[in-house]
Design a protein around this ligand. Structure first.
Ligand SMILES: Nc1ncnc2c1ncn2[C@@H]1O[C@H](COP(=O)(O)OP(=O)(O)OP(=O)(O)O)[C@@H](O)[C@H]1O
Ligand SMILES: [Mg+2]
Length: 321
């Protein structure tokens, strides 16, 4: 049985290495581990000092599983390189297509707008209105895709700066005030934190998305309340609304890309389902997190926690969300 198990481990599609003693010495490795050229000292040192579950070496990416027992440390490595390559290709493709679409869509939009302004025939105006409405939607989609692509690329690095919170909230409100008025929703702010160390541009995008949702999924005469306060080691950005709420079973999914609660419910309110994935991504690259509480028919509260003293590892941003 032991020989059988050894044969199995030796030929497994995973790399296996076991260390023992102090300083740790390799007491076992399988053929796959050796075949990948991982028996080199720099890699073994990297592995022993690893704090995450992913390691890169000579252009390859490995997912790492660790086990410890009786003073032995075992590492099982899965080659993630093909998946990484595929993910990168997918992201590049989406980013390139979005870039290519940006200009033609805005040209169609401005041409339709010019025609619309000149047109007096109500029949033709109706068609031009449709073109305008749909180009605006496409523009919003392309913009969200480009924001996500930028967040995932090198531009996704957090540019830390001391940000005055109140002007930031006011700026977001003023950009959305027309929309709020149209929906009959009032915007309120309680800013209890003067400054926050964060990336102003990105946190602005995050707040814009949350406040926009809070207006969009609200009711006539409803309210959106933004509160910013300190809680322990975190700055909390809270956006609460008195809107339609989100059913419990959807809550874990709303931060997924393209996820929209109940298509029929949100048919009249257009969107692409990218807003909250942008929010989550921005919170994570700051070393923070997002929480949501919601009651159907009563409203929702989103809370973003950003660390007051960001740790060094977030200087580089996160690679994958
Ligand atoms: N404040 C809210 N109240 C009720 N439902 C919400 C709220 N915020 C988000 N949702 C639900 O979560 C879904 C995902 O939100 P998200 O912002 O990601 O996408 P979206 O608003 O549909 O589109 P967009 O990409 O234009 O933001 C929404 O479609 C909506 O069903
Ligand atoms: Mg949204």
């Amino acid at each position: 049985m032991e020989r059988f198990l050894k044969k199995l481990t030796d030929n497994a599609p995973y790399g296996v290495v076991i260390f023992s003693g102090e300083p740790p010495k390799v007491v076992y490795h399988n053929k796959t581990f050796e075949g990948w050229g991982l028996l080199e000292k720099p890699f073994l040192e990297k592995l022993l000092a690893l704090e995450t579950d992913e390691v890169e070496f000579k252009g390859r990416t490995f997912r790492v599983y660790t086990f410890e027992e009786d003073g032995k440390r075992a590492f099982v490595l899965e080659d993630y390189t093909p998946l990484k390559t595929y993910q990168r290709a997918k992201k590049d493709f989406v980013a390139n297509v979005s870039h290519e679409l940006k200009t033609p869509i805005s040209v169609i939009g401005s041409a339709a707008e010019t025609l619309y302004m000149e047109e007096t025939d109500p029949f033709k105006r109706r068609f031009l209105e449709k073109i305008l409405k749909r180009t605006k939607e496409m523009e919003a989609l392309v913009e969200d895709l480009l924001i996500l692509a930028a967040l995932e690329s090198k531009e996704g690095k957090v540019l830390w700066e001391e940000v005055a919170v109140k002007p930031l909230v006011e700026e977001v409100f003023s950009n959305l005030s027309e929309f709020a008025e149209k929906k009959g929703v009032s915007l309120l702010a309680e800013v209890g934190l003067e400054r926050c160390l964060c990336d102003r541009h990105k946190v602005g995008i995050l707040l814009k998305n949350l406040v926009e949702n809070a207006i969009k999924y609200n009711r006539e005469g409803g309210e959106v309340r933004v509160r910013v306060y300190r809680e322990g080691d975190f700055a909390v950005f809270e956006v609460a609304d008195t809107g339609i709420g989100i059913p419990k079973k959807h809550l874990p999914l709303i931060f997924e890309r393209f996820y929209r609660v109940d298509k029929s419910r949100s048919r009249e309110v257009r969107g692409t389902g990218l807003g909250l994935s942008i929010v989550k991504h921005i919170a994570l690259i700051h070393g923070g997190r997002v929480e949501v509480e919601s009651e159907e028919g009563k409203g929702s509260t989103f809370r973003v926690y950003l660390p007051l003293r960001p740790s060094a590892q977030n200087e580089e941003g996160v690679k994958e969300v």
